[in-house]
Design a protein around this ligand. Structure first.
Ligand code: FCA
Length: 345
């Protein structure tokens, strides 16, 4: 309730602000257009708003967006929007500086209708990336353009890879447990962990040895805490398989197993993203973080912003729903794959 009233307050504040800005705009538009005065025409501006600016995944998306801007001659305004108020304020700021649209990975998918309405009111084109907006009644807002992971498929490949590596190591099923770090309130997260679980089951893994550990926040401390609770409850497990929404979910859980004396020989963790585990895979000694399903963050940033630009400039509407796939990386191949994908030089 508190958050809602704060949100409403900020909405009113920003409506007031945009009314003021609207008055200011008139006088701006009566100034001569730069092209008419012989100066180079102003570049089209777009916003790129992300929920967790500290996460390498999103920094790589920004890099990709900037590369698309450099190639096509548009400007990218990068904004971290960690809560609903920041999202609403950012959309108003974009309007003020004359941006024509924005790409967003929202901090809360339930802000969907508010984001879509505000974009419409402000005359901005909107593309969502990674976390699909949810509308009234909990349904995806499939009318809003979206690009993101094939979450179920990518999760399934994590499960298959975990089962395969466990088999290769010859671990006994009754001494092994699966730690699934979950964040089920976010659909793309739930689809990934459900996919991993169903692939493990399909590979013959016993359902009663698959344990969910819900994380409160989608960062390393959040998954560290979640895994610690599970590890305390399941003190008899000798070997752990770990999966989760992304690399950070798995990294936190791996750190928790280390805290309880598990070495890399007894832990197989497989993440998703491939961007947030580079330092981990570079460590001279292997850790329980075995590998990741890499999805190209720069490519997602590049593609969404280029689509948006073409939509603004030439009226070419992008497809409503675009999905990306993953590549499995481990200590053996990650340098080569990340180089090829343009993620590391
Ligand atoms: C979500 C996750 C990110 C990344 C992205 C594709 O937004 O939080 O880490 O996996 O999906």
């Amino acid at each position: 309730m508190k958050t809602r009233s704060r949100l409403l307050l900020s909405l009113f504040a920003s409506i007031g602000l945009s009314l003021l800005m609207g008055c200011g705009k008139k006088s701006e538009s009566s100034a001569p257009a730069p092209a008419a005065s012989g100066a180079a025409p102003a570049k089209i501006k777009i916003g790129f708003l992300v929920k967790q600016p500290e996460e390498p995944w999103f920094q790589f998306e920004w890099k990709g967006a900037e590369a698309a801007g450099a190639k096509n001659g548009f400007e990218v305004i990068k904004l971290g929007v960690t809560d609903g108020e920041k999202v609403m304020a950012a959309i108003d700021n974009l309007t003020t500086v004359g941006a024509k649209g924005f790409v967003i990975c929202t901090p809360d998918v339930r802000l969907g209708p508010a984001i879509a309405n505000k974009a419409k009111q402000n005359g901005l084109k909107l593309i969502t990336v990674d976390d699909q907006l949810v509308g009234a009644g909990g349904k995806f807002m499939s009318e809003v353009h979206y690009l993101g992971m094939s979450a179920t498929k990518i999760g399934e490949s994590v499960g298959t890879a975990l089962a395969g590596e466990m088999k290769r190591r010859g671990w006994a099923a009754n001494e092994t447990g699966v730690c699934v770090i979950t964040f089920e309130e976010l659909d793309t997260a739930r689809a990934r962990t459900d996919g991993a679980i169903s692939a493990l089951k399909a590979a013959g893994y016993a359902a009663e040895r698959i344990f969910k550990a819900p994380q409160k926040t989608t960062d390393i401390p959040g998954s560290f805490d979640a895994a610690n609770i599970l590890l305390t409850q399941k003190g008899d497990v000798k070997h752990w398989l770990i999966c989760g929404l992304n690399d950070n979910a798995v990294l936190g859980a791996v750190r928790a197993t280390e805290g309880r004396g598990f070495t890399a020989d007894h832990v197989i963790g497989i993440g998703i993203n491939g961007t947030d585990c580079i330092d981990e895979l570079r460590k001279s000694k292997p850790t329980g973080f075995y590998g990741s399903m890499l999805v190209s963050a720069p490519q997602e940033g590049f593609n969404t912003s280029e689509m948006l630009f073409k939509w603004i400039k030439d009226g070419v509407e992008p497809p409503l729903d675009t999905r990306t796939v993953g590549i499995f990386i481990t200590r053996e191949n990650f340098e080569a794959v990340l180089k090829k994908e343009g993620i590391i030089p």
